[in-house]
Design a binder for this molecule. Structure first.
Ligand code: C2E
Ligand code: MG
Ligand code: MG
Ligand code: MG
Length: 277
């Protein structure tokens, strides 16, 4: 009973968490067990092409199928996993699940492109690109089928080391995306130097497009900026048909959001794709 109380306490993320506390150790044990007992789940959310070639694309989003608590959303354990460094194992698990799926889809002649989220810890791990390369080789898939999503704040944590790793990943053939664009503190001059392929407009701006002209203007300007820099631009958090149409008019390249589809378990995602024809 005591252990259970500690876990439920720890799942309410506390930024002032003492890394040596019993609570922290308990959640870390739970997370390790989650990987060993296959409690993590890969979910995929479709990315819809608004113009031109409708290649199949999705973002990988992790869930934790906890034996007592049910399906746990990443906000309840990703910040903790980042703080403890456990996220590096979690990233490799997600990456391998995606690689396995990509290999299976290629065998069925249904190629897919998948975006995987990286955290600061991943980016600053000197072993990252070697570990990813080993997984690619094991499953016989190309780096170019992957897009790696990094937030501005993850980059700005240690810009020099981040830049070196991004250059390596780009040379390996991975596509790179700046996630939650507009919420961080990176400078445009700096972003311009990075080997980035895509900007992903944060959902707060996209969701606000309906209510206010400020957010609509920010979205429009970001699309223009991305295109002027030669980047693809994706809107996340598209919740209504009206916003989707507006993004199409603004020449946004891709859209992602509940109006199109929620993040889905792999089998449901493949069924969704098949229905699109
Ligand atoms: P993110 O990478 O920015 O992912 C987008 C989040 O927005 C996802 O939340 C997605 O479910 C949600 N979303 C998508 N469409 C809509 C919409 O129309 N409306 C609203 N309100 N939300 C929408 P989710 O899956 O809860 O993930 C939250 C965050 O957790 C992610 O934000 C990402 O930062 C992190 N995360 C998720 N999976 C992973 C992972 O495998 N590795 C790492 N490092 N981080 C992950
Ligand atoms: Mg993302
Ligand atoms: Mg995002
Ligand atoms: Mg986010």
């Amino acid at each position: 009973y005591a252990a259970k109380r500690q876990l439920s306490g720890a799942l309410r993320y506390d930024p002032a968490l003492d890394l040596a506390s019993a609570q922290t150790l308990s959640l870390l044990t739970e997370l390790r067990r989650a990987v060993e007992h296959n409690e993590l789940r890969l979910y995929l959310q479709p990315k819809l092409a608004l113009h031109g070639q409708p290649g199949l694309a999705a973002e990988a989003l992790v869930r934790w199928q906890h034996p007592q608590r049910g399906l746990v959303a990443p906000m309840h354990f990703i910040p903790f996993a980042e703080q403890t460094g456990f996220v590096r194992q979690l990233t490799l698990w997600i990456f391998e699940e995606v690689a396995r799926l990509l290999a299976a889809q290629e065998a069925r002649h249904l190629p897919l492109r998948v975006s995987v989220n990286l955290s600061t810890r991943d980016l600053l791990d000197p072993e990252l690109s070697t570990r990813l390369a080993a997984i690619l080789a094991r499953h016989g898939v190309q780096a170019s089928a992957f897009c790696l999503e990094i937030t501005e704040s993850a980059i700005m944590d240690d810009p020099q080391r981040a830049e070196a790793m991004l250059n390596r990943l780009s040379q390996q053939g991975f596509k790179l995306s700046i996630d939650d664009f507009g919420t961080g503190y990176s400078s445009l001059a700096y972003l311009r130097r990075l080997p980035v392929d895509e900007l992903k407009i944060d959902k707060s701006f996209v969701m606000g497009m309906q209510a206010g002209e400020d957010d609509a203007m920010i979205v429009r300007s970001t699309i223009e900026l991305a295109h002027n820099l030669g980047l693809t631009v994706v809107a996340e958090g598209v919740e209504t048909a009206a916003i989707l149409e507006r993004l199409r008019t603004l020449a946004c390249d891709e859209a992602q959001g509940y109006h199109i589809a929620r993040p889905l378990p792999v089998d449901d995602f493949l069924a969704w794709q098949a229905r699109q024809g």
